[in-house]
Design a protein around this ligand. Structure first.
Ligand code: PMV
Length: 334
């Protein structure tokens, strides 16, 4: 490495959890109370794209998100950068001393609304961890590095069906993501994202989960039942059992929003439109006499619907009938 500037660009897709991560047992290391399971979208859909340049002449570290400069003092970014640099030193000895001493400029953009409960932080931090790892020639699993930015980001490091094992170790070394199966295993499975609102969420997920862990009685029950659910949904994925997959996905989303409501003061991410979508999905499934569509909601009002390819046209026409498209509404099909 002798040039005056080094730069790398990478992309990372959004992932949509079917067993939700909600609650940390260690805030600093970002260790979750329970394991979680998700599906990573394809690279050409909703994704973050990050370019990082390191240059001898840069006087400060800087970051731009969607064209706006943000503070580099953000503890999540600092935490993640610290970890990746430590690993670079361990893996590369003194070879990278010069590069590691240079300041960096980070430029990241999403091709979808940021912070509206569409897992933008997952894609963003996975992309940041992966791009930094490329820049500093770090090899091996980087999911635990991404986790330090935002827990759910560790799952976006892998494609297809992914589990984030909560791990047991106090230092978090086993709290990592791994692929259960590639996307090709169940390529019929699609995700339809209904953007109910692209406004920034009122309670960030970190703050929300902290309050839930501190105040919700119901949450204690959730932590007990998630391990069995996790095993069951992994079986449903392996067997491509949509009916079971859908039931577990919807129950887990409902439980997440129930523990949010049980938080004191309560947190409410869903809107009337979100609840109308839930009702419509249950009516559709009842009419079809089995689960054909599953909804899931993260920390926001936007619905993610899982469904098989054969049901996509019918479901889209019903959605458009009951929720006529407006200039605000949008849907993405992946
Ligand atoms: O990774 P965070 O801190 O943005 O938390 C994400 C939490 C949920 O999106 C609600 C659930 C999940 O597992 O993605």
């Amino acid at each position: 490495m002798s040039g005056k500037m080094e730069y790398v660009t990478c992309t990372a897709p959004v992932n949509i959890a079917v067993i939700k991560y909600w609650g940390k047992r260690d805030e600093k290391l970002v260790l979750p109370m329970n394991s979680s399971v998700s599906v990573t979208l394809s690279q050409d859909q909703l994704r973050a794209k990050t370019t990082i340049a390191a240059c001898k002449t840069f006087s400060n570290d800087k970051i731009w998100l969607n064209g706006r400069e943000e503070s580099f003092d953000n503890p999540r970014i600092q935490n993640l950068l610290h970890e990746v640099k430590c690993r670079a030193r361990i893996q590369n000895g003194s070879d990278l001393d010069q590069l590691l001493s240079w300041k960096i400029h980070i430029c990241s953009e999403n091709n979808f609304p940021t912070a509206a409960g569409l897992a933008s932080s997952a894609a963003g931090y996975a992309c940041l961890a992966f791009t930094l790892a490329q820049l500093y020639k770090v090899t091996g699993d980087v999911s635990d590095i991404a986790r330090r930015g935002s827990g759910s980001a560790c799952r976006s490091v892998y494609g297809g069906f992914v589990v984030w094992n909560k791990g047991e170790n106090i230092d978090g070394t086993d709290s990592i993501a791994r692929q259960i199966l590639p996307h090709t295993h169940w390529s019929d499975l699609h995700i339809l994202i209904l953007v109910v609102s692209d406004q920034k969420k009122h309670t960030g997920s970190s703050e929300g989960m902290q309050k839930t862990v501190q105040t919700s009685e119901l949450y204690k029950q959730r932590v007990k039942c998630v391990p069995e659910r996790t095993d069951d949904i992994i079986d449903a994925i392996k067997n491509k059992d949509f009916d079971k997959f859908a039931e577990i996905t919807m129950k887990d989303s409902n439980q997440l929003h129930a523990v949010c409501l049980d938080t004191y003061p309560p947190i409410s991410y869903l809107t009337d439109t979100s609840r109308d979508i839930m009702t419509l999905v249950h009516r559709y499934n009842t009419f079809k006499a089995q689960n054909k569509v599953a909804y899931t909601f993260d920390a926001g009002p936007n619905a993610c619907l899982y469904l098989n390819e054969a049901d996509v046209p019918g479901v889209i026409s019903i959605i458009e009938y009951f929720f006529p498209p407006t200039s605000q509404s949008q849907h993405f099909i992946t």
